[in-house]
Design a protein around this ligand. Structure first.
Ligand code: F6P
Length: 367
């Protein structure tokens, strides 16, 4: 057998551990492995390397992806030269079909988030043999309890929340730590809980400005002269919109979020609280560097699971982790519907019960 493997969308810690897991399992089965460069770009344009044991040896601890990735290359709406432009995207379905034949592929393993897995599903709908692996720091994929990359991002975000405590306290300041996460607030929620954030603002719980200033004021009245706000990049005011940082032409979801924390800082400055505010936007620091032990473990399991799906010819499925075990789910269950934080979930209410403010008391009730 001959299989292809690619990493698509934004990178995250643990990608190399999956590539290693798939490749080592495949080699044990006696298969050949082609690693396509830069996600679906390499697949459509025919750029790959043949992966042997030496290529994947020692990469479990490395961040990023040895294959490279692209969050623009979509074979069904290709905006890159020589085939298309953002203005005139090309449908390269025929090239995808031909390339399975040309590279003599018995299967393709696509590692990615919602965008990449949606492309994988379309390829499977064309009758081609594909399996998926769920990647993203945002942890926003349905049909798996957790995605790899999330724990590493969470660890970095929590360390940042921990670190700003001492400087906030020394200066009697409000420190705002902004996390990534796109439309899902998981990183901010868990880093906020783990780091003891006083106020946590999430896309799923539109905030009321007055409740934020009240929470800071009440802490001050209790003798706590500083406050830590952990805000997800997708957070928005109750009657407002999310904060866009840029538009990436040709990307499956062109909107990039970021900067809401500066708006909150301005609001606090104008509120008459008379406290200095500082902002820390964590950005891509959350996606860089080595994966945590949990992510290395999870990613290895996902890689082996994906190779077994291929061995069983269970195409159109994605490796998944549920109730502390590896399993598989249909790609159609995994894409389309994002896994978001529920305001009445146990963990949100638990945080509210220890006094965390979510900026909207009509949506969040403590126990
Ligand atoms: O989906 C992962 C993610 O890091 C999001 O949390 C973030 O909004 C986005 O990607 C950033 O994308 P880019 O790397 O294109 O700036």
């Amino acid at each position: 057998m001959r299989i292809g493997i690619l990493t698509g969308g934004g990178d995250c810690p643990g990608l190399n551990a999956v590539v290693r897991g798939v490749t080592k399992s495949a080699l044990k089965h006696g298969w050949e492995v082609l690693g396509f460069r830069e996600g679906f770009r390499g697949f459509t344009e025919g750029s790959y390397i043949q992966l042997g044991d030496h290529d994947v040896s020692g990469i479990i601890i490395r961040g990023g992806t040895i294959l490279g990735t692209s969050n623009i290359a979509n074979p069904f709406s290709y905006t890159l030269p020589p085939y298309g432009t953002p203005e005139h995207p090309a449908d390269l379905s025929d090239i995808v079909r031909d390339n399975f034949k040309k590279f003599k592929l018995d299967a393709l393993v696509a590692i990615g988030g919602d965008g990449t897995l949606s492309m994988a599903k379309k390829i499977h709908d064309m009758g081609l043999p594909v399996v998926g692996v769920p990647k993203t720091i945002d942890n926003d994929l349905s049909a798996t309890d957790v995605t790899f990359g999330f724990d590493s991002a969470l660890t970095i975000a929590t360390e940042a929340v921990d670190r700003v405590h001492s400087t906030a306290e020394s200066h009697n300041r409000v420190m705002i730590v902004e996390t990534m996460g796109r439309y899902a607030g998981w990183i901010a929620l868990r880093a906020g809980i783990a780091g003891g954030g006083d106020i946590i603002l999430l896309p799923e719980i539109p905030y009321r400005e007055q409740e934020i200033t009240d929470a800071v004021l009440q802490r001050r009245q209790r003798g706590k002269k500083f406050s830590i706000i952990v805000v997800s990049e997708g957070a928005r005011p109750e009657h407002g919109t999310m904060t866009s940082s840029r538009i990436v032409k040709g990307s499956p979801d062109p909107l990039r979020l970021g900067g809401v924390s500066y708006k909150i800082a301005d609001m606090l400055d104008r509120s008459g609280l008379d406290m200095e505010t500082r902002v820390v936007v964590l950005g891509h620091v959350q996606r860089g560097g080595e994966p945590t032990p949990f992510d290395r473990w999870l990613a290895t399991g996902f890689g082996v699971c994906a190779a077994e799906l291929v061995a069983e010819q269970k195409f159109g499925y994605m490796a998944s982790f549920r109730s502390f075990g590896f399993t598989s789910v249909k790609l159609e269950e995994a894409v389309g519907q994002l896994h978001l934080v529920s305001p009445d979930s146990q963990e949100v209410r638990m945080a509210a019960s220890v006094g965390t403010c979510f900026g909207n008391s009509s949506l969040v009730k403590p126990y």
